[in-house]
Design a protein around this ligand. Structure first.
Ligand code: URA
Length: 201
């Protein structure tokens, strides 16, 4: 019998938990961190894809539960949504030391888990939070020639295609950007409003 959505997501979770070949695995276990798999509705039309867990997230195993997460919650509430309405995950599922940028080999190792989460949940709209997830998703799902900087791509709609479903990809600035640049908060709110309209169809 075909596996349910929850069963498929559990398989992905278990593989990530046991991902000893990851260069971030020993950092996880030595610090008592958790991998951060994803959270939210299995019926979500909107999936948010961040970069990688920070320290707060790795301590709790929950995506976007620190300072950047509070910004994300505010953005969602601006458009009448909450985390229960969407699904939130990251490109990397383990915290890189000192929150450094993801390395290409880490993206290569972890991105297939994101791909599988997408194929299970089949969201209509994916919000790429920040340049790393935006670049990955643009390149992987049909828009490699349209990759520019996040300053140009944010708020734009890109028609994206997986093997057996399609979705609209909308890159956004990373919510953490609003923590040190208040003009980014306004831009993020505008882009989130636009994304919510697209999701309503
Ligand atoms: N930043 C991210 O990209 N993801 C998180 O889960 C938290 C902070």
């Amino acid at each position: 019998m075909a596996k349910s959505t929850t069963e498929q997501l559990k398989c992905i979770r278990d593989e990530i938990i046991g991902l000893e070949e990851s260069p971030l695995y020993s950092y996880r276990t030595e610090n008592g961190y958790y991998p951060v798999i994803g959270q939210g509705s299995h019926e979500a039309e909107i999936m948010c894809v961040g970069e990688a867990p920070g320290e707060t997230e790795a301590k709790k195993g929950i995506p976007f539960c620190g300072a950047a997460g509070r910004v994300l919650d505010e953005l969602l509430s601006e458009v009448g949504l909450s985390r229960e309405d969407i699904y939130i995950t990251n490109l990397l599922k383990d915290r890189p030391p000192s929150n450094r940028d993801p390395r290409p080999e880490e993206i290569e190792l972890y991105a297939p888990f994101l791909d599988r989460q997408m194929y299970v949940l089949r969201p209509r709209v994916i919000l790429a939070l920040g340049r790393f997830s935006a670049e990955y998703l643009m390149k992987r799902y049909g828009n490699p020639d349209k990759v520019t900087g996040i300053t140009k791509m944010h708020g734009q709609e890109y028609a994206a295609a997986a093997d057996d479903f399609s979705f609209t990809l909308i890159p956004l600035f990373h919510p953490a950007a609003a923590l040190y640049d208040s003009s980014k908060r306004e831009t993020l709110i505008e882009d989130m409003k636009h994304a919510a309209q697209v999701a309503k169809g």
